[in-house]
Design a protein around this ligand. Structure first.
Ligand SMILES: NC(=O)c1ccc[n+]([C@@H]2O[C@H](COP(=O)([O-])OP(=O)(O)OC[C@H]3O[C@@H](n4cnc5c(N)ncnc54)[C@H](O)[C@@H]3O)[C@@H](O)[C@H]2O)c1
Length: 410
């Protein structure tokens, strides 16, 4: 495990503890043992704290070469460092011939994606990315309606994900400088859109803007909020446009921890969902909304006392990590076919394979470049995808200048 922060606590830790207790079993690969063997972090302090609670000891590696040393000593590497620090540990792991799971967004540029994909190919291992919202039951049902032809031809949509100030000003304060909430969370929705309504369409354009002044300077490069607009072209030539709004500056006493909303409009229907308001409301005197939110979401990750007395922690955030380990167990220990065939089958899964993350990485790379231009005093750039001048090209507002971000086709 590289990085031991919030997402480790919410999803990886419960998975590792469950799998340590119960093993990983499926009839097609039998019983497979999965152990948290080593952890690489910046300071080692959170790992030291967890060592005293963990069901089994693990190596606590620190230092600049910790991720490389870790890659030598394990079979599988999970990367959960801040998003601009995913590439180096993922590359070290793949270069050592190890399967890799990377938190979203996988990497911040198509050149990095190419490099990781080539290493995974060369060493015959899986390179996958976690977009756990694809496993949210509401989003599974949305996709089911699309696959079954009930919802036809998406035309436009709006998604938003708003995080509290405690995230930007507390939890992430150490690495937030120069970063933006769009890269951090808009990618959940770019993946939902790209996966649910693709792959037979083409990414066409990416635009973005944002606001500053709360977590950083009003003219600086650290963003409070971003608004991203992504345009696709359907095979019939009609366009579909999606607006994705994100921020990490909502008040800490907001009724729910994270506000999340999606709306998609089709030729024959509308899907509108609010992921925070799932129907449960709770108030506890003197403890809401600080400790216990008024509108809790237990679908992602809830801690429960089961009717039979056990304590558990589960939800789609944990389910997606288990599924990744099942895919590896199938490749390495599956009873049917040969390893190459099993590897090919797992790589063909578009929901999490790095090879199917090209549009999402292109969108993130465009967003980062547009915001950098904006911070440098040139707002309003637009990224054109697979146009006459290259795969990903930034056109600057009011100027004939352009900047090729990625020359080959996206
Ligand atoms: N899937 C989701 O919904 C979701 C939710 C939260 C975070 N995430 C992703 O998980 C990743 C981590 O987020 P988080 O919330 O856990 O952040 P965090 O700030 O809570 O934790 C980051 C961890 O990475 C470690 N770290 C930082 N730089 C490092 C380096 N160079 N080498 C090794 N370790 C390093 C820190 O010591 C810390 O343990 C991000 O990519 C984020 O986008 C995903």
């Amino acid at each position: 495990m590289v990085g031991l922060g919030m997402i480790f606590d919410e999803t990886y830790r419960p998975f590792f503890e469950q799998v340590h207790r119960d093993g990983l079993f499926r009839r097609d690969f039998g019983l497979v043992e999965v152990d948290l063997a080593a952890v690489a972090t910046r300071t080692g302090s959170r790992a030291a704290k967890y060592l005293s609670l963990a069901p089994k000891p693990f190596a606590n590696l620190v230092g600049d070469d910790a991720a490389e040393r870790l890659a030598q000593s394990v079979d599988v590497v999970c990367v959960a460092t801040p998003d601009d620090r995913h590439f180096a540990p993922a590359k070290a792991a793949l270069a050592a011939g190890k399967h890799v799971l990377i938190e979203k967004p996988s990497v911040l540029s198509l050149a990095e994606l190419d490099e990781l994909q080539a290493l995974a190919e060369k060493h015959g291992v899986l390179a996958k990315v976690v977009y756990h919202k694809l496993l949210d039951p509401d989003h599974k049902k949305l996709r089911t309606h699309v696959v079954e032809g009930n919802l036809k031809h998406v035309n436009n949509g709006y998604c938003s994900l708003l995080e509290p100030k405690s995230i930007s000003m507390g939890q992430f304060a150490e690495w937030l400088s120069g970063r933006n909430p769009g890269t951090y969370v808009a990618c959940h929705y770019t993946k939902l859109i790209d996966f649910s309504f693709g792959p037979d369409w083409k990414l066409a354009r990416v635009g973005a803007t944002g606001q500053r002044g709360l977590v950083g300077k009003a003219d600086g490069s650290t963003w409070d909020s971003t608004q991203l607009q992504v345009t696709y072209t359907h095979p019939d030539g009609r366009e579909a446009v999606f607006d994705i709004h994100t921020s990490w500056v909502t008040p800490d006493n907001f009724p729910g921890y994270v506000d999340q909303e999606v709306q998609f409009r089709f030729d024959n229907g509308v899907w509108a969902a609010h992921q925070r308001k799932r129907g449960v409301e709770l108030t506890i005197e003197d403890r809401s909304p600080g400790e216990f939110k008024y509108t809790p979401n237990y679908h992602y990750n809830g801690t429960f006392v089961e009717p039979w007395g056990d304590r558990s922690q589960r939800g789609y955030g944990v389910e997606v990590i288990r599924r990744f380990f099942e895919e590896i167990a199938y490749v390495e220990h599956g009873a049917t076919g040969d390893r190459d065939a099993r590897l090919k089958a797992m790589r063909a899964l578009r929901y999490n394979d790095l090879s199917a993350d090209r549009n999402c990485v292109a969108i993130v790379q465009a967003l980062e470049a547009i915001l950098a231009e904006h911070a440098a005093g040139r707002p309003g750039s637009l990224a054109i995808v697979n146009g006459p001048h290259g795969g990903l090209v930034l056109e600057h507002a009011g100027s004939a200048d352009r900047c090729v971000l990625y020359a080959p086709a996206v």
